[in-house]
Ligand binder design. Structure first.
Ligand SMILES: CCNc1ncnc2c1ncn2[C@@H]1O[C@H](/C=C/CNC(=O)c2cc(-c3ccc(F)cc3)cc(O)c2O)[C@@H](O)[C@H]1O
Ligand SMILES: [Mg+2]
Length: 214
């Protein structure tokens, strides 16, 4: 049976990237998406913004929603200090399998835990399963209509502290209007919009950074 796009992406990484070299894994995926098949990775332009925010926050605890193939997982993990707790959630088992192999090719398997499951089920389990009380940095890149319910879940579960930073991909394309309205109208968040483009295209898109004020 025909392979899937994530499987073809994995093959491209295994063929073109140097084992243990995260930069070469990132480049191999970007090359694949620019020259072979578009895929919904955050990409190089928005990825550089992601890098700068992660570096600025220098988090001790990190959560990513929507691992997909692990591209942004590799971008984040390669910047983290030793001892940082990094968890990424993915509910499609086939994507979990591909992501774990791409992360391992980058040599970052000890920096991040890929947890199979849905954010709605797993977010309330963060304390008991992973001993995490609050997250310093959260990257939202899963189904866009789940950004709002999940940020509310973070608040309800007490997983945000004064200064926690949330970074949301695709707030323009495909868009997360309800999420944007919520964080921009809430007195509990300080927000900044980073204009960019949809990965590997000239279409307008951007990232929204929201700092929880407590
Ligand atoms: C049920 C919600 N909870 C979830 N918990 C854990 N994993 C989840 C969850 N939702 C989705 N996922 C996983 O995250 C991934 C989904 C990401 C959704 N992303 C998009 O739809 C997306 C889509 C586009 C896009 C933009 C323009 C287009 F023309 C076509 C597509 C661009 C992007 O950057 C995107 O991030 C999948 O691997 C899915 O299995
Ligand atoms: Mg995205």
């Amino acid at each position: 049976t025909r392979s899937t796009r994530p499987q073809r992406m994995l093959k491209a990484v295994q063929k073109n990237a140097t084992k243990g070299n995260p930069e070469s894994v990132i480049s191999a995926i970007d090359y694949f998406c620019k020259h072979s098949e578009w895929a919904m990775n955050v990409g190089d332009e928005k990825g550089s913004i992601l890098d700068s925010v992660v570096t600025e926050v220098n988090p001790s605890t990190v959560l990513e929603l929507g691992t997909y193939c692990g591209y942004s997982t590799v971008r984040i993990a390669r910047l983290l200090s030793p001892g940082t707790k990094f968890i990424t959630l993915e509910f499609n088992p086939a994507n979990v399998t591909v992501a774990r192999q791409i992360i391992a090719h980058a040599g970052l398997q000890d920096k991040v835990t890929v947890v199979e499951g849905s954010s709605g089920d797993l977010i309330p389990q963060m304390k008991e399963r992973f001993g995490i009380t609050t997250f310093d940095f959260i990257f939202l890149d899963h189904w866009k209509d789940r950004y709002l319910p999940d940020i509310k879940l973070f608040e309800e579960c007490g997983l945000l502290r004064k200064g926690s930073v949330l970074l949301a991909d695709n707030v323009i394309c495909p868009g997360a209007p309800e999420y944007l309205e919520y964080v921009r109208n809430s007195p509990r968040y300080e927000n900044r919009y980073y204009p960019a483009h949809l990965e590997y295209t000239k279409v307008e898109d951007g990232l929204e950074k929201s700092v929880f004020l407590g």
